[in-house]
Ligand binder design. Sequence first.
Ligand SMILES: [Zn+2]
Length: 396
Amino acid sequence: MASAFGWFGPLIDLSAASFHIGDFVQLLVFVHRSFPVQCKSSKRGRDLTRTDIEVGDDTTTYFVVSLWQKHMASAVAAGDVVLLQNLKVAKYGGVVEARTVQWSSLLRLVHPYQSLLSNAVDELITGCRVGTTTKDKLRKVIKWVQQSRSTICNINLQSNKQIELLPRNWTVLEEEKPRDCFSLMEVSQLTASCKAIVCASIGEIVPLLTSRTVGDTKKEKIFISRRAYRAENNNLVDDLICTGCHLCGSPLDLKFEQNANQLMCWKNSSRLHSICSIYRPFMLYVWDESDYMPILVKNRAAEILFGNIKAGKVYSTYREQMRNQNLEVGKSLQLEEKHLPDKFNFYRVWLILLKMLLKQGKNGPLKFEIIVDPGLDIENGKFEMVSATMPCFGTK
Ligand SMILES: [Zn+2]
């Protein structure tokens, strides 16, 4: 399959790359190895992974090509002979390299590596549907690999050994699978850092240190369930929502909450917090027949718990409602309450959800995914909630 864009530039020997800086070229090369490289997007500052492949041909043993397209990276393995089409040659810090662009493509001509050693050169070349110049170059590269494999190949293959697939020369970090735990007791006894899934019922919500709890010795004020049902409840918004970083969930509104850890954001590669209204971290007390457990809930997890309603939406509709109510009291007590007809009242929905969650003993258990870090104390996230879902009993 040739490039859909046609060829830009000539098929060159690697030794001639330095004469083509800034140009588009075609390369027919043997792949020594490939490795992922973490880098930053210059436009958006995002973390990107590109794949560099170290290649060679009959004129230059080692040369680096950067693959910026994921599909290309996954289509190439150490030991392949490939035709790289429409690459741009560049010079970085005195080193000449080539990199892919949007209209680059990769054609695998010989795979697996084993066939390079076992098949006759002509047989390999006949099977390739490429032009004469490309076939000539392919013949040279195959001969070069066969003659110098003991020196160029760090791939440990014997030609008489059947190998189905060459393994990648790096390990892909797979996300750890959460452990299914039978009870909270089992979770509390975990001794290694891991993720756990467990079913438990919600008992109580207790905000972590707020301006109110500092001076408040009356315990019942810190229990949200005791206040959620009172008509005059409130300040619930002030206790559960604050200014902070929506990425790492750190509150940033109070002097006594500032510490060295909070100066930098560990969730952002730029180390800068992204500030807006967030759910203040709170302890969610959950229970089952075996135990009860306080779980730390930060902004993102709280959003999940509150039906994916973001703190900013709750806060803005709450402020607006308060403003309207005050205006009405000032104008006339006879007027009906204004219901923000144009806007969806996220505050009210959030309050209903909060009340429902805190109907102690009347809800079924939720399925919690929890990060367990036995090295931390409870308030710092020994158990931290990742998500909560409605369990589906009776099916797998
Ligand atoms: Zn942050």
